[in-house]
Ligand binder design. Structure first.
Ligand code: GRG
Length: 300
């Protein structure tokens, strides 16, 4: 499992601008109220890393060499769902955040009503867009089903509810993992599932890619929890400290920081094992391996 460290950077430099372009073109094509469109574009273009669409395209690239514009649109439609979830998550009724990616949150700029509606618009647009992308119809139906499952009340929405209700109590590690399996993990797993579907992976390969996606999702959340504690995330030139006293249900709070680091390490190793199994099946895993570097953290 060799990795050329330039691979992922080159891949992101190639596809991130194309993801951004199809997002802008799609949103600009909507016959919507100008304020609504502005509110949707504001958050979609606020500087997200595009991890979910990049992950989806990296999975596809592990299965075959070429990626076409329709497949980039499938990947970008996931970013609409992700952006909606952040807009709603930042609302006063949920996390009540004023800043996201160093910029005022959607409701701070456009007001709560428009922020709710911009989120609603992005959520529904993702399905409208996906339904008209020019790919095989059977695959499209499966993608629509998988996306609805991942984003909805058995996936991300369920995780968000678990998170909110969990704020009132101390969750066990198993309960916390279940919350994150939905809240953070479901869209990342879908990214892998969608790449597998478009790349015509057989059941065994698809299952291994989904397991990798699940481990990727878990690592993503533990990494974010650790970063919150060590306050290495910086926005607007200042360290941002999330007030974890509001919600003790994070890995460092539950396990202690050192065990949270170990848990992150174990999860990355589990994802690497999924990749080794994929490689044994003849799948190229270099990009997917390099994506795990995202979770590199310096121990305190
Ligand atoms: C409102 C239904 C509903 C769901 C919200 C917000 C959310 C579900 C999930 C995200 C959970 C979260 C805050 C996870 C921590 C990891 C994190 C910082 C996620 C933000 O995703 P990134 O880092 O964001 O991919 P960018 O800004 O790069 O797009």
């Amino acid at each position: 499992m060799k990795t050329n460290k330039q691979n992922l950077q080159a891949f992101e430099e190639l596809y991130r601008p194309q993801i951004d372009q199809v997002l802008v073109d799609y949103l600009n094509s909507l016959k919507s109220n100008a304020s609504l469109k502005k509110a949707m574009l504001y958050s979609v273009l606020a500087g997200g890393k595009r991890i979910r669409p990049i992950l989806m395209l990296a999975v596809l690239a592990s299965l075959r060499d070429s990626i076409n514009k329709s497949e980039i649109e499938v990947a970008a439609s996931l970013e609409l769902i992700h952006t909606y979830s952040l807009i709603h998550d930042d609302l006063p009724e949920m996390d009540n955040d004023d800043l996201r990616r160093g910029k005022p949150t959607n409701h701070k700029v456009f007001g709560q009503a428009l922020a709710v509606l911009a989120g609603d618009g992005l959520l529904t647009s993702a399905f409208e867009w996906l339904s008209q992308v020019k790919i095989d119809n059977q695959i499209k139906i499966e993608l629509l089903h998988e996306l609805a499952y991942a984003a909805g009340p058995q996936g991300m929405v369920n995780g968000q509810v678990g998170d909110i209700l969990g704020e009132k109590q101390q969750l066990t590690l198993a309960q916390l993992q279940e919350v994150h399996r939905g809240k953070t993990g479901a869209l990342l797993r879908y990214a892998c599932k969608a790449g597998a579907l478009m790349g015509a992976a057989d059941d065994k390969i698809s299952e291994l890619l989904c397991l990798y996606g699940e481990n990727f999702g878990l690592a993503f959340q533990i990494y974010d929890d650790i970063l919150d504690v060590v306050s290495t995330e910086k926005e607007m030139g200042k360290a941002v400290h999330k007030d974890t006293s509001e919600n003790k249900n994070t890995y460092p709070e539950l396990l202690g920081l050192n065990k949270a680091y170990s848990k992150l390490e174990q999860t990355i190793l589990a994802a690497k094992k999924n990749l080794a199994d994929l490689e044994a099946e003849g799948i190229k895993t270099d990009l997917l391996l390099e994506l795990l570097d995202y979770f590199e953290i310096k121990e305190p």
